[in-house]
Design a protein around this ligand. Structure first.
Ligand SMILES: Cc1cc2nc3c(=O)[nH]c(=O)nc-3n(C[C@H](O)[C@H](O)[C@H](O)COP(=O)(O)O)c2cc1C
Length: 188
């Protein structure tokens, strides 16, 4: 198996992080990988907001958690109610990819860019986890206002399409959860 495929198979959603920062050099490499993702008509309708400020992360987390607590999905409410649960898993870095909704396929473009970032992170030994609460919270009026209040502004008219936390795993990578194999049709 080549190195790229082995990185893809090794990547896991990491939910326990060491507090150490992700360095500028590693972040730059991850962002470079993200910017090289494919995008519809090469529109590259994205903007990358990397948040490393611990106080800002704390405030944003506190607010985003309310999106899970008020969700109409019972499983999300139950998870968020658990003692000590942190939607950002105390990771030292959050990246939000926002995009221009007027682009042909902003959501796909931003999601592909995030996957590139997660794979680049995994190749560097850095863990990641998609953080859906950010998009759920921003979709509310209160959420938009809090983002503005905290100064987490996106380029004019952009909306967040992908968000993930990153950091050094505090434990060895978790085992892969079950992955279905009965989802493939090959038509020779
Ligand atoms: C669209 C999307 C939303 C997700 N939201 C969350 C989330 O809010 N919190 C979380 O801990 N994991 C989240 N995940 C991670 C999934 O739970 C994880 O990818 C899945 O369980 C498979 O595990 P793996 O990534 O280790 O292969 C999300 C993944 C995707 C693709």
């Amino acid at each position: 198996m080549n190195e790229t495929i082995s990185t893809i198979l090794r990547r896991r959603s990491v939910r326990i992080y060491r507090p150490d920062a992700v360095g500028q050099a590693e972040l730059a490499e991850m962002l470079e990988a993200a910017r090289y993702a494919p995008s519809a008509m090469n529109q590259q309708p994205w903007h990358f907001t990397a948040i490393r400020n611990p106080e800002l992360l704390r405030k944003l987390e506190e607010n985003c958690k309310s999106a899970f607590l008020q969700s109409n999905v019972e499983a999300l409410r139950e998870v968020a109610k658990q003692e000590g649960f942190c939607v950002f898993y105390h990771a030292p870095l959050m990246v939000i990819i926002s995009g221009n909704p007027g682009a042909i396929a902003a959501q796909y473009d931003c999601t592909l860019a995030m996957e590139n970032m997660m794979l680049a992170a995994a190749s560097l030994g850095i863990g990641s986890c998609w953080t859906h609460a950010v998009m759920m919270f921003h979709a509310t009026e209160k959420g938009k206002a809090i983002f503005r209040e905290l100064g987490v502004a996106f380029p004019d008219g952009h909306q967040p399409y992908a968000a993930a936390v990153f950091g050094w795993p505090a434990e060895p990578y978790p085992e892969a959860p079950p992955k279905n194999s009965d989802c493939i049709t090959i038509m020779d």
